[in-house]
Design a protein around this ligand. Structure first.
Ligand code: ATP
Length: 203
């Protein structure tokens, strides 16, 4: 699964996720919009709006799906709970939590973060502008696995995937949209059409 605020979803989410899907031969990648965000200020855009854009974006890839489970409960969206639910549904599956280097760097501030590796592997995506910090480097040194070594195991490893480096962020996109600029090539065309017809990101 790839969790995120997706405010809005962009090619920096999608292409690296597709790279992971191919590299690790995943059956599917679930995009899970965060509803009540415990680790950051609540996004100004509603969960429903952010999920609508995820729905448009995932339509292009058969293995990509929206998973709206966090939006269905008005409780803080903790990844440990979401992964726990997925693990309950798929007791023996090889599960991966996809995240960028920036997220791994801050993982020690997440609720019950040390339980995550007992529920899933981590699939680490490169992100321009972010290098591993000391915490992330130590975690990787302890739990790093090759894709081959992780295969067949349900959880417990961190697999670094050689993903496409795309210097795109939702923060930069929000600034671009607020300035009235066209997000072409930074988001899928379907999401661009959606954004051009909405006012939520305008100043
Ligand atoms: P914001 O700028 O609002 O903080 P964001 O662009 O970082 O948003 P999120 O939805 O917060 O996007 O990110 C969800 C996940 O996707 C995180 O694990 C993050 O590391 C990863 N991610 C986001 N953008 C990229 C990117 N360009 N390359 C690799 N990973 C990314």
């Amino acid at each position: 699964m790839l969790g995120g605020t997706f405010d809005p979803i962009h090619v920096g989410h999608l292409r690296p996720a597709l790279d992971v899907c191919h590299a690790l031969a995943l059956d599917e990648v679930r995009f899970v919009p965060c509803h009540l965000t415990p680790h950051r200020p609540q996004p100004e855009r509603s969960s429903a709006l952010r999920a609508d854009m995820v729905t448009l974006a995932v339509d292009a890839v058969a293995a990509f799906v929206l998973d709206d489970r966090e939006m269905r409960r008005d409780v803080p969206s903790y990844t440990v709970d979401t992964l726990g639910a997925l693990r309950g549904e798929h007791p023996d599956a090889e599960l991966y939590f996809l995240l960028g280097v920036d997220s791994l760097n801050g993982l020690d501030r997440w609720h019950r973060w040390s339980e995550l590796l007992g529920l899933a592997h981590l699939a680490l995506m490169r992100r321009p502008g972010y290098a591993l910090n000391a915490f992330a480097a130590a975690l990787l040194a302890e739990h790093g696995l090759t894709a081959e070594a992780a295969r067949g195991r349900p959880c417990g490893g961190i697999v670094s995937v050689d993903t496409t480096a795309l210097d795109v962020s939702s923060t930069a996109l929000r600034a671009l949209l607020a300035a009235g600029h066209d997000p072409k090539y930074l988001v899928p065309d379907s999401v661009r059409e959606f954004l051009l017809n909405r006012t939520e990101y305008q100043e």
